[in-house]
Design a protein around this ligand. Structure first.
Ligand code: SF4
Length: 470
């Protein structure tokens, strides 16, 4: 996927002024947040399950090489082939080699964020093959000239049904439809033809089960089932961190994944696919490949933000993030938006390419509170910010400001004097309204909102006065 992270601020500004997007984002926010809150109440011990999930994912990361080897052995024993890809390009090459080896012409794909990292669809088309996205959201984006996804579980969340209706009418040449059911029916009819003619099925993986060499796929549309069982070749393309030791542990994670993602106790379909079709079996692929992609993951594993690899891509941190809720996913400029994206994107594409992302957070903590595998996202964002200051990646004004603040903080008397002057000046700036409309140096904060003027007293002065009166 093309990198546009360096345009974060400009894009965010455009999205903030986009009334239709704002309306669509508001609608989805209520849906995801409310449904998750209801769904987690069903669990007797939600916090205990989160702790168990954290432990499972962390154990995997601490022993990743061992679990990957176990997975490879068990998948191979069931007739699958495991291939490794260090880079996105290598992953794409594997897919094209497989297609050439089996003389495949048409790929039908269920959702895979890793394939977004490597722009797999474009690589397939450039090689002269056809590729069709079958997840409804991904299909909508594909026929809209390969628009990038804006959410990790609901890729077309930024679109209204009216926009989808107009797009279907244009691309399918059918009369515009108004109901969601009708639109789904139209997509189903179009996709059915592709399911029956595709010879290469490509999927991602929600989890890879080490003890059985299986892939677990969690969907609501059933498209993954069709993509992986109808074509003669099935390719799973996923990151190396998606391993889970046992089926039982995968079921623990599943209980949290669906509830955190869509607020469902369980999704409509959960496929567990193990090996190739056996003798006498009717369904399943004759050839099965796993392409396990590193593409920066071992770099994350060796870094201070390694806990981010526990992520099970539920999207809850996006849904609860006040920044994501207002600017949507496209502003972030790469595959993974929201808080988790702001942590992992700098590791995948380079800190200097994604300087604004770790700063696109109020550090309110909501992402860390909802994360089902207890990734301390605010803390990891702060680690990136520290790294950026150390590497001189922040603007000189900010660095100078931080140096000045550090110096002042080390001289409490002067600090007290400076803050006393500061709050009095700010009180004056607030005027009779008591609101500051424009702040020098931090225009980004005051451009879109007023700041209530302080009372003219510092915290220390107020605290001392309170103690005296007590
Ligand atoms: S970081 Fe946590 S909340 Fe965000 S997508 Fe990953 S698992 Fe879900």
């Amino acid at each position: 996927m093309q990198i546009a992270t360096m345009y974060f601020k400009d894009r965010a500004q455009v999205k903030l002024n986009d009334e239709l997007l704002q309306y669509n984002l508001k609608k989805s926010k209520g849906k995801f947040v409310g449904k998750r809150a209801e769904a987690i109440r069903e669990l007797d011990d939600f916090e205990g399950t989160r702790t168990a999930a954290r432990e499972i994912r962390q154990r995997v990361l601490d022993n990743l090489d061992t679990y990957l080897e176990i997975f490879e052995q068990n998948a191979t024993a069931r007739g699958a082939t495991v291939l490794w890809a260090e880079t996105p390009e290598e992953a794409n090459r594997h897919v094209l080699d497989i297609a050439a080896k089996h003389q495949l012409k048409k790929a039908i794909k269920s959702k895979s964020m890793v394939s977004e990292e490597s722009a797999l669809d474009h690589a397939i088309e450039q090689a002269g093959l056809k590729v069709v996205e079958t997840d409804l959201g991904e299909y909508i984006l594909q026929i809209n000239d390969y628009e990038p996804p804006s959410h990790i579980i609901a890729p077309a969340l930024h679109k209204s049904k009216e926009e989808v209706s107009a797009l279907f009418a244009k691309v399918h040449g059918t009369p515009p439809k108004t109901g969601i059911q009708e639109l789904c029916g139209e997509a189903r009819a179009v996709l059915r033809e592709h399911y029956l003619t595709g010879d290469l099925g490509i999927s991602g993986a929600n989890f890879l089960i080490a003890e059985t060499g299986s892939v677990m796929l969690v969907t609501n549309e059933g498209n993954a089932t069709l993509c992986t069982t109808l074509p003669k070749v099935h390719v799973v393309i996923t990151g190396i961190e998606k391993i889970v030791p046992t089926l039982e542990e995968a079921s623990t994670l599943l209980r949290l994944l669906t509830r955190s993602a869509t607020g469902q106790s369980i999704t409509n379909y959960v496929d567990i696919l193990t090996g190739i079709k056996g003798a006498g079996e009717y369904h399943g692929a004759e050839h099965m490949y796993f392409i396990l992609v590193d593409s920066g993951r071992t770099r994350v594993l060796a870094s201070e933000v390694r806990e981010a690899l526990r992520c099970i891509r539920c999207g809850a941190c996006l849904n609860h993030c006040p920044v994501y809720q207002n600017i949507g996913g496209h502003s972030y400029g790469w595959v993974y938006p929201g808080p988790i994206g702001s942590v992992i994107t700098p590791m995948f594409i380079g800190q200097e390419m994604a300087v604004d992302l770790p700063n696109a957070s109020t550090l309110c903590g909501a992402c860390g509170v909802v994360c089902p595998v207890r990734i301390p996202l605010p803390e990891l964002l702060r680690k990136h910010r520290e790294a950026q200051v150390k590497e001189d990646l922040r603007p000189w004004v900010e660095r100078l400001g931080l140096k000045g603040w550090t110096w002042l903080a080390l001289h409490p008397g002067l600090y007290g004097l400076a803050t006393r002057i500061g709050v009095r000046l700010m009180k004056m700036m607030g005027g009779y309204e008591g609101r500051i409309h424009k702040l020098p140096l931090v225009g980004g904060w005051s451009d879109g909102r007023d700041l209530p003027a302080p009372t003219g007293k510092t915290f220390r002065e107020l605290y001392a006065a309170k103690r005296r009166s007590a």
